[in-house]
Design a protein. Structure first.
Length: 182
């Protein structure tokens, strides 16, 4: 049975796709700076390609590992990213946006296909190696193999636990230093 699924973007761009706090203060929805007033989604939607599940990240969401983590934990074996990099023009932001996709590939050991209207598109393997790349402002139809993740990484399983433990250790060391000086 073929399901028709739709992904509703989880993370909206402030002042471009919504006005912050407009859910709490409805009068803010009346402001118009040329933005839209969208509502964000709530589900980490996966799609099936034959028997392989994947998820689609939209533009700005790729800069947030928690979004990719939700998709991977929901069964996605690879990720696609669609991005509108036109507003970045030919700045370092275009390259940074592509490099963030490489970080997501490494964090979750999963293949990524990135398609950007004027930015950098390509296929990235689970180690962050670029298998195919379409440079800024170039247009190309390409085809290639996308490697699937083979299981959950530590980060996919536990999120920011390691960094949180490091923070607690720093606090404990600071407290120890303050106490030992007295």
């Amino acid at each position: 049975m073929n399901e028709n699924k739709i992904y509703h973007k989880l993370l909206l761009v402030p002042f471009a796709e919504y006005i912050p706090l407009s859910e709490k203060f409805s009068f803010l929805k009346q402001l118009n700076f040329g933005q839209a007033n969208f509502s964000h989604g709530s589900e980490f939607t996966t799609f099936s390609l034959d028997s392989i599940y994947f998820s689609n990240i939209i533009c700005y969401e790729s800069s947030h590992p928690s979004i990719a983590r939700g998709f991977i934990n929901n069964g996605a074996r690879f990720l696609t990213i669609q991005a509108n990099d036109a507003w970045l023009q030919n700045s370092s932001g275009v390259r940074q946006h592509f490099e963030l996709a490489r970080l997501r590939a490494v964090e979750f050991r999963t293949g990524i296909i990135r398609s950007a209207n004027t930015g950098i598109s390509g296929i990235i393997d689970p180690t962050g190696l670029i298998k195919h790349k379409v440079n800024f402002s170039d247009q190309e139809v390409f085809q290639g193999d996308v490697l699937l993740n083979k299981g959950l990484t530590f980060y996919a399983s536990f999120g920011n636990l390691f960094s949180q433990l490091c923070f607690v250790l720093i606090l404990l060391q600071g407290a120890f230093i303050l106490i030992s000086k007295k």
